[in-house]
Design a protein around this ligand. Structure first.
Ligand code: KDO
Length: 333
């Protein structure tokens, strides 16, 4: 096959030539929306993108081509916001840590024991506080937040059995955290030695012992099969974690208003699907983990909360928080 023929095939033009269909039916001018995420296929925040795709296919037939890249196969974890800002990537999910570098407003959400539970999280991000923060993200980062998904409540999971009641019991434990200063500080504040590693390397890290522990919501522990290389779950519940579904501002601005509405609705439907399924899984997952041979223990959560809260208060991190924001968050009920 020569290069010219290949080009014809790849543009879809060839189909029209060979099938006799009018060109307009095959060489459609679809807007390509590429999604990059570190999520593994079994995780709800990977599956939610399928729902996003289905919603858009239904609400805007023929207008979008949604391409989903899982396992960080398109962009590395945490590289997505910069890629979206440059217009090299259309959509992704971003963490509060990803946002807080350019928008210190979000730094407060990287801290342990700030958000109390899921209703609190959703009220905060779907109310005036979220609106204010997302506006700053649009203005400063070249990305637009479309919806807030609940990633889950982060718990500690260790590769060996260990009795952990207070932060002192984590002394010397190499606790893997995502590679960003906000995450590492959270790990240190829990009393462990925080070790940066990307999500894709966690399984092998636990298996080989280069790390002793990691923290993630338990549905992720199941989806990424971390339970196969872990023995102890410690229910610290230190972070009610969010993932923000975000789109490149360049992409957003290129869409017609009706398309923007449909993309936003699809993102919100995806977040709802994720949230419902994740909450349901969280409520049942301990039995599964116990069946897999893991020990599940409840530590002195008050002791963890006290130590973590104190560590943030004394840190430079909390100095970057807008005055009064923590109190405003705490006052949301
Ligand atoms: C992780 O690396 O531990 C983390 O849970 C951090 C989140 O912000 C998010 O990137 C998540 O991984 C991935 O989506 C994989 O589940």
């Amino acid at each position: 096959m020569n290069a010219f023929f290949l080009r014809l095939v790849s543009t879809g033009l060839a189909c029209g030539l060979f099938t006799g269909l009018p060109l307009s039916a095959v060489a459609q001018n679809k807007t390509v929306l590429r999604i990059s995420t570190p999520a593994v296929p079994q995780d709800w925040h990977a599956k939610m993108w399928e729902l996003f795709k289905q919603s858009l296919d239904a609400s805007a037939p023929g207008e979008f081509e949604v391409q989903i890249y899982l396992n960080s196969s398109l962009f590395k974890q945490a590289a997505e916001p910069a890629a979206m800002a440059r217009g090299n990537l259309e959509l992704s999910t971003v963490s509060a840590a990803d946002l807080s570098r350019q928008v210190p407003f979000f730094s407060v959400f990287t801290a342990g024991y700030v958000l109390r539970d899921v209703p609190h999280q959703q009220k905060v991000f779907n109310g005036p506080i979220g609106e204010e923060g997302f506006k700053q993200v649009s203005e400063r980062m070249g990305i637009k937040v479309l919806a807030t998904a609940y990633l889950g409540t982060r718990q500690l999971v260790l590769r060996e059995p260990r009795t952990v009641k207070t932060p002192a019991d984590l002394q010397g434990i190499k606790l893997r955290m995502p590679a960003a200063k906000e995450w590492l500080f959270l790990g240190e504040s829990l009393g462990a030695t925080a070790t940066p590693l990307s999500f894709g390397e966690v399984y092998m890290g636990l298996k080989t012992g280069t790390i002793d522990a990691q923290d993630n919501p338990l549905p992720t522990v199941r989806a990424a099969r971390f339970y196969e290389v872990s023995r102890e779950v410690v229910l610290t519940g230190h972070l009610v974690d969010a993932l923000f579904i975000a789109i490149s501002q360049k992409t957003w601005d290129s869409l017609k208003p009706a398309q923007q509405t449909k993309v936003q609705q699809a993102a919100q439907a995806a977040a709802r699907f994720n949230n419902e399924n994740r909450l349901q899984e969280e409520s049942q997952i301990l039995d599964f983990l116990k069946q897999q041979g893991l020990r599940v223990s409840t530590p002195d959560v008050a002791a963890f909360r006290q130590q973590v809260t104190g560590a943030y208060k004394a840190s430079d991190i909390s100095k970057s928080w807008p005055p009064g924001l923590l109190e405003r968050i705490q006052a949301v009920h």
